[in-house]
Design a protein. Structure first.
Length: 286
């Protein structure tokens, strides 16, 4: 049914450009698209491991403008099955459906006006149908002007489904906020701990008025937060703890003058590390 319209060649061309296999098969819902993922099986054969196809939960259904309008006109109450017949389908409650209507405006301006569909049933009826589909049925409705747009949507949806296992793996990682790419302004942390020092240095640099050189000097003196906390515990007085970092020398590549961390930043870092007050203001100059 997806190939009946002459303009469907445009979306098949987009489909052919994707790095995936596709086939045209009878579906439980006419004019619908489903996705399957090849998964390695635990069983193996002399030729290698077996591969089984698992169905994804997404189903994209294409509805012709005339059929869509007829269903709207027959809608007398918020009944999902009158807009999209899903009742009785096996597994329909576990799948996510989206509805695509291609060329509705063009149909209304052309042959639709000759069949009494001008105005697209009252606007309130259209809104009622969208509410029923989206809120009650959890079905997204897409109004697309051309088959090319339909192909672009199928392409984007296919890529999103393909990346789903990778995204789930990222979410399950212990430190998902440590981005691997420089574009995310994050530092890559390897399994052996390589990169944690850079993360610690960047955390220090997030304090107000702290240069990269100052953050590096503190991180070199105390390469981890736990070592800094241990140093605080070894101090005998509160004043000694506040001034612990103040005399750390800071290398300057510009002026060439010797600088030090200073008492203000030393105090702020100390309070940040030991305070339990979430409303504490660290920077007195603000």
């Amino acid at each position: 049914g997806l190939l009946k319209d002459p303009g469907s060649d445009a979306w098949v061309t987009v489909l052919s450009s994707l790095d995936c296999k596709y086939s045209f098969e009878p579906q439980a819902i006419p004019c619908s698209i489903t996705w399957r993922r090849n998964m390695p099986s635990t069983l193996s054969t002399p030729d290698g491991p077996m591969v089984k196809a698992e169905e994804e939960k997404e189903v994209l259904v294409l509805v012709e403008p005339e059929d869509f309008l007829k269903r709207l006109f027959s809608l007398t109450q918020p009944d999902l099955n009158q807009v999209l017949p899903l009742a009785g389908l096996e597994g329909s409650s576990t799948k996510t459906y989206s509805l695509a209507v291609v060329g509705l405006d063009a149909y209304r301006r052309g042959s639709g006006s000759q069949k009494g569909f001008t105005g697209v049933s009252p606007l309130s009826l259209l809104l009622q149908a969208l509410v029923v589909l989206q809120l009650w049925g959890n079905i997204e409705v897409l109004f697309l002007d051309t088959w090319q747009e339909f192909g672009q949507h199928v392409s984007a949806l296919t890529k999103a489904i393909a990346k789903r296992p990778y995204k789930r793996q990222l979410e399950s990682q212990e430190l998902p906020f440590c981005a691997a790419g420089a574009f995310a302004s994050g530092m890559r942390v390897e399994k052996d701990g390589t990169g944690l020092w850079q993360v610690w240095k960047r955390q220090i640099q997030q304090f107000n008025r702290v240069s990269p050189a100052t953050a590096a000097a503190i991180a070199e003196a105390y390469p981890s937060p736990s070592l800094l906390l241990q140093a605080y515990e070894e101090c005998s007085t509160e004043d000694e703890k506040r001034l612990l970092l103040s005399d750390i020398p800071v290398k300057s590549d510009v002026s060439g003058k010797d600088r030090r961390v200073g008492p203000d930043l030393s105090r702020r870092i100390y309070l940040f590390m030991v305070s339990t007050d979430p409303d504490l203001v660290l920077d007195l100059s603000m």
